[in-house]
Design a binder for this molecule. Structure first.
Ligand SMILES: *Cc1c(COP(=O)(O)O)cnc(C)c1O
Length: 482
């Protein structure tokens, strides 16, 4: 090697040089309790706002890796691997999935187009079919694709609502835009729906005002009758109901909407039925929770987010669709430098272009664990959340929001003594959460379903056990009494 070549070491040289530093990262995964559940020092915040100058001369890898280790693990770490991290969905990734990411990056294959990765495309198609099978979505017709992988649930929701827009408003909308359509479409979702739904309608030119947010009920699910009333009011006012969006697991509370009744409503009025299962869809696989998801199989499109409860690293969402021909029309494209042949080019199934081969990790994990192995991991998380709900119900000074359907348990602390107003109880819970998180041993978030503050505990770490939520409750009891 000479000249510039010498600066780009081969793999053996890289591994020999960085062995000790890389070992630290592996250790963080093996024993995550050595690090705080969450850290963010002022130095990290300064770095985000005031980047240093681009280095003119290279330093080699050891020093920058030591810096990454220090910055991430000690100073700015969202430690989802910690069994007492119960924050937003931040699963501890399965080793097989991490390995998949490494192999995919090393070989640099993309399933976006056949010519960018033939085997990557094939295995991605298989992984898609397996996700559909796992959550109980009907298989695609022979030779058709059951959907498309995306970078996450937000992109999947965008893709699903694009299909709804094009199919209900008509293909001409793709040429003229929504402004060219005489139809005034309306979309329906719960007040608990994810913000990516409103944003998707904004991006699609339908407009946020077209989204009818129907108030969720006391346990977090939207009442189908209230959605129906809104649909009828809109029809009377000259709107065209275009799409019903059902939540298969609300981000905040985990509640599952009455999907079967929403599917009926969609069918009655010729609406598209989209299910946002980014949070909860994997639980449709378990005999213990399957009944709550009845109707999911009737959806025209379903968002699933493997980087949540399939325990793979960030960057993998998924849209399942009943009719891949509709998707191919909605996301058609081409270029003069690209001879389109009869091969599978995923890039024409969704909104994204060249994508990393993130599904390899999922494929490996599904092969390694099988349906049963995955079901056991999910059931383990559910058991921990249900155990917590049971403890909350039995303990004085605690109030449960609802029995968990998926492993999210929301509850609140009641301040000692009598006669506290709502605002005071809300502030008490906000303070308790802050105190808990500052301790570095636990991480939970707050949410406000029905405009009241609750602590939110999501169990998405396969290493979390009942003892970890027992410890959480004891700690919260201390904070409550202080
Ligand atoms: C997380 C989530 C999303 C968004 O998914 P990202 O992967 O963060 O883009 C959408 N809907 C629901 C219900 C979610 O919980």
């Amino acid at each position: 090697m000479d000249g510039a070549d010498r600066r780009i070491p081969d793999w053996e040289a890289v591994l020999a040089a960085i062995g000790p530093e890389f070992g630290d990262f592996l250790l963080a995964h093996r024993d995550p309790t050595r690090f705080a559940t969450f850290a963010a020092t002022p130095a990290v915040e300064t770095l985000a706002r005031r980047p240093r100058a681009l280095p003119e001369e290279g330093t080699g890898l050891s020093e920058p890796l030591r810096e990454v280790r220090r910055l991430v693990l000690d100073e700015g770490y969202a430690n989802g691997a910690h069994p007492q991290y119960f924050g937003y969905f931040h699963p501890r990734p399965l080793p097989a999935a991490v390995l998949g990411d490494a192999i995919a990056a090393l070989l640099n294959q993309s399933p976006a187009a056949w010519r960018m990765g033939p085997a990557a495309t094939a295995l991605e198609c298989e992984a898609l079919a397996w996700v559909a099978d796992f959550v109980g979505y009907p298989p695609a017709a022979p030779g058709a694709l059951p959907g498309v992988f995306t970078s996450g649930g937000s992109a999947a929701n965008l893709a699903g609502l694009k299909l709804a827009r094009d199919v209900v408003l008509g293909r001409a909308t793709q040429e003229t835009g929504v402004a060219g359509s005489a139809v005034r479409p309306t979309f329906y979702a719960s007040t608990e729906s994810h913000y990516s739904i409103a944003r998707a309608l904004d991006i699609l030119g339908v407009g946020r005002a077209a989204l009818r947010l129907v108030p969720a009920g006391p346990h977090g699910a939207v009442p189908a009758a209230a959605v129906r009333d809104q649909v009828l009011r809109d029809i009377a006012a000259g709107h065209t109901p275009a799409c019903v969006i059902g939540l298969a697991g609300a981000t905040a509370t985990g509640a599952v909407d009455p999907l079967d009744a929403l599917a009926d409503l969609a069918a009655e009025h010729g609406m598209w039925f989209h299910v946002d299962g980014a949070a909860g869809a994997p639980f449709a696989a378990l005999p213990e929770t399957r009944a709550a998801f009845a109707g999911l199989a009737r959806a025209d499109s379903v968002t699933v987010d493997p980087h949540k409860w399939f325990f793979v690293p960030y960057g993998l969402g998924c849209l399942l669709t009943r009719d891949s021909a509709e998707a191919a029309r909605s996301f058609r494209g081409g270029a003069h430098y690209w001879r389109i042949e009869d091969q599978i080019d995923m890039v024409f199934m969704g909104p994204e272009g060249a994508r990393p081969w993130k599904s390899l990790g999922l494929w490996l994990a599904l092969r390694q664990l099988g349906r049963q192995g995955y079901a056991e991991l999910l059931l383990g998380n559910l058991a921990v959340a249900r155990h917590l709900a049971e403890l909350v119900r039995r303990r004085d000074g605690f109030e449960l929001f609802a029995e968990p359907t998926v492993p999210i348990c929301c509850f609140r602390l009641l301040p000692p003594g009598e006669g506290h107003g709502d605002a005071e109880v809300d502030a008490f819970n906000e303070d308790a959460q802050r105190t808990l998180v500052e301790g570095g041993e636990f991480y939970v978030t707050t949410c406000r379903p029905g405009e009241r503050t609750y602590l939110r505990v999501a169990v998405s770490n396969f290493a979390s056990r009942p003892g970890h939520v027992e410890a959480l409750l004891d700690r919260l009891d201390d904070i409550r009494r202080r």
